[in-house]
Design a protein around this ligand. Structure first.
Ligand code: SAH
Length: 476
C-alpha cells in the first residue's frame, strides 16, 4: 500500500478537508478541474474560471475528488439548469453551463488533448491555415441550433417506489432509479409514451422486476423514433417470458400514440446493468421501423444499433465525406463500421467500400441496409479490424482512404501499424474520445501522416462528451 501512503504524504489536502479551489478546466465527464496548491481535484458541478468551496471525498496519487459545497465566484457562463431532476440524474453533466460556452469548452478540451497527449501544435485561431507551419486546425465545435430533445432512443429503467412503479433514470454512478416522466433531451413522443405505459402497466397490475425479492416483471422500456419518418418502436423488456395481457397492452399503446409502428417484447434474464437479452418477439405491428441519414435509408430493429442524435450524425458524417475527398474512383476501407452508416454514406461517391466490424449482427444489418438502398459497391465482413484488414492487405486490396470510428479505447496498435504500411492518401478518424484520438494521431504522425484539421461535433449536448472528425494526409 506504498502508493496510498505516498498519496497521503504528497497531497496537500486530506480526505474530508474543506478547501477553496480555483477551477481551471473541465474533465472528460464534465466535472470541474480544480487546483489547490497545485494539486488537482475533480469537482462535479464546478466550472472553469470559478472559485469554489468543496469537501475532499477521495484521494489518488496524482489527483483527488471533491464535492461542491458553494460557488464563491461564479463563472459568467453559469446558468440555471432547466431540468428539475438534474442534480440527481446521472444523464447530463453540463446543464449548468450555457450552450455557447459549452461548445467553446468542448473545442478547448479537444485542442488540449492534441497538444498534451498528441504532442501536436494546434494552430492559433480557427481559420484554415496554409499548412504545416501553421499547426493543426481545430475548428469551432458544430453545435445544434436547438440542443434539446435530440435523442431518438431512450432506455428507461423501471423499479418500484412507495405507491407504485418508478420509471426514470439511474442516479449518478448507481442503479437507484430516479422517478421522472420527463426528460428534456428525448422526444416529446417518448415522454408521452413513458407516462402512458407507466399508467397502463399500473392498471394492468404488471409489477417491476426485483432481483432481491425474486419478483418477475418489467425491467426496461425502450423507445426508438425515426426523426425523419416519425415512426416509433416500443420495446417492453421483462426478466422472463411471461407478460400477462401483453397483446392487449400493446394494442392500447399503439392506438393511443400516433406514429407507433412496432411494439416488441424482449426477455432479459441477464445481470443488473444489462438492458436487452437476445430474444425478441413482436406484440403488435412490424418488427422494424425505418429512418434516413442523408439519402440513405436504415432499418432499425429492437436489437440493432443506430446513432442516437440523427441531426448531428448527419453533420459528423458530412464532414467524414468531405474529408474523404472522394471523386468516384477511390477504394475506401471503413474500420469499426457498425451497421454500415459511414460505409453506405461514402459508397455513393466511391468506387468500392470495404467495411469491417466486430459484431456479426451489425454486419448482417449493414448488408441488409446496403440492399435496402440498392448499394452494390459495399462489401462487409465481421471480425476484429486488426486481423481482417491485414488479411485484406495480403489479398492485394489497396485503399485510397481509410476511415476509422473506434470505440472509446481507440484503435488497436496492430491496426495503426497496418494503416501506416498500407499508405492510403488520406485517413479520416472519427472519434468519441479526444484522449485516445490524440494518442493514435501521434502514432500516425510518426508513421508518415500529417494531421490537417479536426472538427469537433456536439453529438451529446449537456453531457461531457465530444465527438471529432479528423483529416490526416500522407506526407511521404
Ligand atoms: N461507425 C459506426 C459506429 C462505430 S461505434 C456507425 O457509424 O454506426 C464502434 C464500433 O466498433 C462498434 O460497432 C463496435 O462493435 C466495433 N468494434 C469494437 N472493437 C472492434 C474491433 N476490434 N474490430 C472491429 N470493430 C470493433
Amino acid at each position: 500500500m506504498g502508493g496510498t501512503t505516498a498519496a497521503a504524504i504528497s497531497a496537500p489536502v486530506a480526505r474530508e478537508e474543506l478547501v477553496v479551489a480555483d477551477v481551471v478546466g473541465i474533465g472528460h465527464e464534465g466535472e470541474g478541474v480544480g487546483r489547490v496548491n497545485g494539486f488537482t481535484l475533480f469537482i462535479r458541478g464546478a466550472l472553469p474560471g470559478e472559485r469554489v468551496r468543496a469537501r475532499v471525498t477521495g484521494l489518488k496519487k496524482q489527483y483527488g475528488f471533491a464535492e461542491l459545497l458553494e460557488v464563491l465566484e461564479p463563472s459568467p457562463d453559469r446558468v440555471e439548469p432547466p431540468c428539475p431532476v438534474y442534480d440527481e440524474c446521472g444523464g447530463c453533466q453540463l446543464q449548468h453551463l450555457g450552450y455557447e460556452a459549452q461548445l467553446r469548452l468542448k473545442r478547448q478540451l479537444v485542442a488540449d488533448n492534441m497538444e498534451r497527449i498528441g504532442k501536436l501544435r494546434v494552430a492559433a485561431g480557427t481559420q484554415t491555415g496554409e499548412g504545416e507551419a501553421e499547426g493543426v486546425i481545430v475548428h469551432p465545435t458544430i453545435g445544434m441550433p436547438d440542443p434539446w430533445r435530440y435523442r431518438n432512443k431512450v432506455q428507461v429503467p423501471i423499479g418500484e417506489q412507495e405507491g407504485g412503479l418508478a420509471f426514470g433514470f439511474y442516479a449518478t454512478g448507481s442503479h437507484r432509479i430516479v422517478d421522472s416522466e420527463q426528460c428534456l433531451i428525448r422526444s416529446e413522443t417518448a415522454d408521452e409514451l413513458v407516462s402512458l405505459i407507466k399508467q397502463m402497466a399500473a392498471e394492468a397490475g404488471i409489477p417491476a422486476y426485483d432481483a432481491e425479492k425474486r419478483q418477475n416483471g418489467l425491467r426496461h422500456v425502450i423507445i426508438k423514433t425515426g426523426f425523419h419518418t416519425g415512426e416509433t418502436m416500443v420495446v417492453l423488456v421483462t426478466d422472463n417470458a411471461r407478460l400477462p395481457g401483453a397483446e392487449q397492452l400493446a394494442k392500447r399503446i399503439a392506438e393511443a400514440v400516433p406514429g407507433v409502428k412496432s411494439i416488441c417484447h424482449n426477455v432479459n434474464d441477464g445481470p443488473p446493468g444489462t438492458v436487452m437479452g437476445p430474444r425478441t418477439s413482436v406484440l403488435w405491428g412490424s418488427d422494424r421501423i425505418y429512418d434516413t441519414i442523408g439519402d440513405v435509408r436504415f432499418a432499425i430493429s429492437a436489437n440493432s444499433f443506430y446513432q442516437v442524435n440523427p441531426v448531428q450524425t448527419e453533420a459528423l458524417y458530412g464532414k467524414a465525406l468531405e474529408y474523404a475527398g472522394l471523386t468516384g474512383g477511390e477504394t475506401v476501407i471503413d474500420a469499426y463500421c457498425g451497421v454500415g452508416t459511414i460505409s453506405l454514406f461514402l459508397a455513393q461517391r466511391a468506387k468500392r467500400v470495404y467495411g469491417v466490424e466486430l459484431v456479426p449482427e451489425a454486419i448482417e444489418d449493414a448488408r441488409r441496409n446496403a440492399e435496402l438502398n440498392g448499394i452494390a459497391n459495399a462489401t462487409f465482413e465481421a471480425g476484429p479490424a486488426e486481423t481482417v484488414i491485414p488479411r485484406w492487405r495480403e489479398e492485394g486490396i489497396r485503399a485510397d482512404v481509410i476511415v476509422v470510428d473506434p470505440p472509446r479505447k481507440g484503435c488497436d496498435a496492430t491496426l495503426l501499424e497496418t494503416i501506416v504500411a498500407m499508405r492510403p492518401q488520406r485517413v479520416v478518424y472519427v472519434s468519441c474520445n479526444p484522449s485516445t484520438l490524440a494518442r493514435d494521431l501521434r502514432v500516425l504522425e510518426d508513421g508518415g501522416f500529417r494531421t490537417v484539421e479536426v472538427q469537433p461535433v456536439d453529438m451529446f449536448p449537456w453531457t461531457g462528451h465530444v465527438e471529432c472528425c479528423v483529416l490526416l494526409v500522407r506526407t511521404k
